[in-house]
Design a protein around this ligand. Structure first.
Ligand code: F6P
Length: 456
């Protein structure tokens, strides 16, 4: 661990609060950012500043820093309207779509006056985070600012506290210079200037760092410092969950549902970038093109709702559920249901599925990293095969040993599924060993230390 004090800052913190019987209770939050950082920070006393995302979180924020479950969390309460504009409209409705290439450009985006007000709210929220950190950070601390929600914190923080060394880390891809031109000129320039105000900007993959540098070269005429360090899975934590009773119970249920069929698994938020619909269409193509798999394979889709404040996510969920219903209606037999769909956000259940897959399908259209690919290979007990999108950030680490997926090629994905399902036990063992070796080469602490070192 570093010898300087460290402060972590993110929109979502490691704990969320609820009120039960008039008392505040804590619950561990999920998601890639929190999982990867949490593993390195837990038990170290590191101050973690995060947004208050619910009414109970706001009650916790009023108490100041809270120590619970190994974390020292200080939540920032935000004005409701500002928070909605910052989180829904700009962070998730604009920057997420921009960096993942999710826009349907003949129709969206539309940068109208309402959007400009939301951009001003995004700026205000970033300033509020900067002021909050400036008040609390120990002298000379390294500040690790996480993700696209907080791109504009660097400048106000450096002004208020020149003694701090702040770096920024994106958990997403970064838009190419061409894609970036979709943002209004003033907002695009402000965003890049904001990021350039950090000591350095970090990414999970060299492609995303190069894209950021290209955007800066074009818009700012200079290239800020960058660094590349992919997050690592927390092997200890996930293996602990895998050994627990809840996971065993979920596993028994799953075994009964799957019977002696082979199992393809995916574990994702219901998220446009995850390419869930094409994954099901590829599975249907597998059943059509390779009939020997009918009644012999089940697709376990452990996908759970996310960001339901956005109309696009609600519509995508409907699309996902519609395609599952249609495929099951068309292909099911009296003794076999091709797709097992469970939209519960239930981590032990997801881990039970990851222990049992024959094939893990990770086919995002674009993804900053994808920690599920790493976690899945750590806990899997069947020498399962990783079918991995070339557009995921983790491809740089695992692409040489995984089975590659072109995420837009539905027929090609079906062929890869067939190939994965057809591999011999020896081939599977060699494949799984090679992936596991790479996955366990780094720890969350390595990743955390790389961020601290980047602060200089
Ligand atoms: O990929 C970026 C990321 O922050 C992930 O680390 C995380 O799993 C996901 O987005 C969660 O998003 P939200 O906080 O909006 O639920």
């Amino acid at each position: 661990m570093p010898d300087r004090p460290v402060v972590v800052v993110s929109n979502r913190g490691p704990l969320s609060f609820t009120v039960a019987d008039g008392a505040l209770r804590t619950k561990r939050a999920g998601g890639g950012l929190v999982t990867a950082l949490g593993a390195a920070v837990e038990g170290t006393g590191t101050l973690w500043v995060a947004g208050a995302l619910s009414e109970a979180d706001r009650m916790a924020a009023a108490k100041g820093a809270v120590e619970a479950e190994g974390f020292n969390v200080d939540l920032l309460a935000l004005d409701d309207d500002d928070h909605r504009a910052y989180y829904d409209v700009i962070s998730n409705g604009t920057l997420w779509f921009l960096h993942h290439g999710l826009w349907d450009t003949p129709r969206r985006p539309r940068f109208d006056r309402v959007w400009r007000d939301a951009w001003a709210a995004y700026r205000r929220v970033n300033q509020a985070f900067a002021a909050h950190v400036a008040e609390r950070a120990p002298e000379g601390a390294v500040v690790l600012v996480q993700d696209y929600h907080l791109a504009l914190m660097g400048e106000p923080l450096a002004e208020a506290r020149p003694d701090l060394a702040a770096v920024h880390f994106h958990h997403t891809p970064f838009a190419s210079a061409d894609a970036f031109r979709v943002l209004p000129d003033d907002a695009g320039e402000e965003l890049l200037r904001g990021l350039a105000a950090f000591r350095a900007c970090g990414f999970h993959n060299a492609r995303w760092a190069a894209a950021f540098e290209a955007c800066c070269a074009e818009v700012l005429g200079r290239t800020p410092a960058t660094f590349v360090t992919p997050a690592a899975a927390d092997a200890g934590d996930i293996s602990g969950v895998a050994a627990g009773d809840q996971c065993a119970a979920a596993g028994a249920e799953l075994d009964e549902a799957v019977g002696d069929c082979r199992l393809i698994v995916r574990v994702d938020r219901i998220e446009l970038s995850k390419n869930i619909v094409r994954g099901f269409l590829a599975f249907e193509d597998l059943l059509r093109t390779y009939p020997e798999w009918r009644e012999r394979v089940v697709f376990g889709a452990f996908v759970y709702p996310s960001r339901e404040g956005l109309a696009e996510y609600q519509a995508y969920r409907q699309e996902v559920e519609g395609v599952i219903e249609r495929i099951n209606a068309e292909w099911a037999t009296p003794t076999w249901t091709p797709i097992l769909y469970d939209p519960k956000d239930d981590f032990p259940r997801s881990v039970a599925a990851l222990q049992r897959f024959d094939v893990l399908l990770v086919n995002p259209v674009r993804d900053g990293l994808n920690l599920v690919a790493k976690e899945g290979m750590i806990v899997n007990q069947r020498d399962g095969v990783l079918a991995l999108s070339r557009e995921s950030g983790v491809w740089a680490e695992l692409g040489e040993v995984a089975l590659g997926i072109h995420p837009f090629d539905v027929a090609g994905t079906a062929d890869v599924l067939h190939r994965a399902l057809s591999m011999s036990a020896d081939e599977r063992r060699t494949h799984a060993d090679a992936v596991r070796e790479r996955v366990s080469a780094r720890t969350p602490v390595d990743w955390f230390d790389d961020q601290v070192s980047a602060a200089g």
